[in-house]
Design a protein around this ligand. Structure first.
Ligand SMILES: Cc1ncc(COP(=O)(O)O)c(C=O)c1O
Length: 405
């Protein structure tokens, strides 16, 4: 085993209430299991709020929230002023994209084939209202976005390139840096949905060349639900006009109205953040971020990659089971997608849940373009974490073998 030692893993499992004997969690791509420390950071603060009053407790926690922001920045190789917190991945993505200049008739938006369904719906809606178009960037043979083809598509009507970096319906991980080289050269805004990447694969926003990037806290970071990170490149801020403003995103500092000039929002990523937030959850997210930094995402990545490859090999050996992962095998994530002959993905999930194994399932709406391109209607998703034991892979493979005709 590479990266983290077995002793370390056992210690981390002992610190994770969800790693009990009753069930095995294989839905880290949906939401992972928080550590005891993350749980304590949340519940301690909720108790403090109840005792002192939420505003008073919040003032005491300001430094903790600032540390969480600094940890998020370190994780992404960004500056703290380039990080905004949000309440979910789609909220962060929606705020980011809503802040860009409105689309006009004839404008073009380019997306990868793995684009998350919610992003796609938003873009289609905006485009349809404006008379603009959403176009799919051609894929390489292995399904990843073809950056050379993207370069050939760029013209002065392209307003945005949106890339879902890690697919939600397979282990495919796009070459987001190759896409960034094209968008940077063309001066086109580039937004990355890194929901399936942050926390399990090292992220360096400078190397990616992106303008904005988001991820929820609850997946491989093992943070709480209801949290998300949004990176906004500092030099891109002048293009970011928030869809709405509040006392934090644009503090009142001058009378307005007389000259009809627009308000100037803050000079950092928090122009996209709401003043009202769950401080408890942000402190929990901070604990999760610190754990990821302590372990090192490169070490996490090595272990997850090894476990996922092992699981693919075990499932692939079962007659009636088809692995549905595409992309470059060396860069795949910890998400293992498969189908079982004669069963829908949801049925696989339900039958395995009855045996104490928690999986996900993915239908067309989550990843419409890729599922449709491959003629798939539903897949089962088993996603591993560094917390996963090798023995648990055997347990899952045996249970899946028991489902086959
Ligand atoms: C790639 C991707 N994008 C977006 C989302 C949606 O994020 P959220 O549920 O936090 O809004 C998900 C959720 O699984 C996802 O996998």
């Amino acid at each position: 085993m590479t990266g983290l030692t077995d002793d370390q893993i056992e210690g981390l499992r002992a610190d994770t209430p969800g790693c009990g004997p009753d069930h095995v969690h294989f839905n880290h791509a949906g939401a992972s299991l928080p550590s005891r420390q993350t749980l304590a950071a949340i519940t301690d603060h909720l108790r403090l709020e109840a005792r002192l009053g939420p505003m008073e407790a919040g003032a005491l926690a300001a430094e903790g929230v600032a540390k969480a922001r600094a940890a998020a920045a370190t994780l992404l190789n960004a500056a703290p002023g380039e990080i905004a917190f949000a309440t979910g991945g789609s909220v962060a993505w929606g705020m980011a994209v809503a802040s860009l200049p409105p689309l006009r008739a004839g404008d073009r938006v380019l997306v990868g084939r793995q684009e998350w369904g919610g992003n796609l719906t938003t873009l289609h809606d905006k485009a349809a209202r404006a008379g603009a178009t959403v176009e799919v960037i051609p894929s390489l043979e292995d399904g990843r976005v073809d950056a050379d083809a993207l370069a050939g598509l760029i013209d002065d009507r392209v307003r945005l390139v949106s890339l879902t970096w890690g697919a939600a319906n397979s282990g495919l991980v796009n070459d987001a840096a190759a896409v960034g080289r094209v968008t940077r050269a063309a001066g086109v805004p580039y937004v990355i949905d890194a929901a399936q990447v942050v926390g399990q694969i090292p992220v360096d926003v400078a190397a990616l060349g992106c303008d904005m990037l988001k991820a929820p806290g609850r997946k491989h970071l093992r943070g709480p639900r209801g949290t998300a990170l949004l990176y906004v490149r500092h030099d891109f801020l002048d293009k970011v006009a928030p869809a709405w403003l509040d006392v934090q995103s644009a503090p009142w500092n001058s009378p307005w109205g007389a000259d009809h000039s627009p308000v100037s929002p803050r000079d950092d990523a928090r122009r996209l953040e709401s003043a009202e937030a769950s401080v408890a959850l942000l402190l929990g997210l901070g604990a999760a971020l610190n754990l990821a930094l302590d372990l090192g995402v490169a070490a996490i990545r090595a272990r997850i990659h090894h476990l996922a490859q092992e699981l693919r090999a075990r499932l692939d050996a079962i007659p009636g089971v088809t692995i549905r992962d595409i992309g470059d095998p060396e860069t795949r994530s910890g998400l293992v997608s498969f189908t079982v002959d004669g069963l829908t993905g949801s049925a696989v999930r339900t039958r395995l849940a009855d045996q104490g194994l928690t999986l996900g399932a993915n239908g067309v709406p989550y990843t419409p373009l890729d599922m449709t391109a491959r003629g798939l209607t539903e897949i089962a998703r088993a996603s591993v974490s560094y917390l996963t034991r090798e023995g648990e892979l055997d347990r899952l493979a045996n249970a899946v073998a028991g489902l086959t005709p």
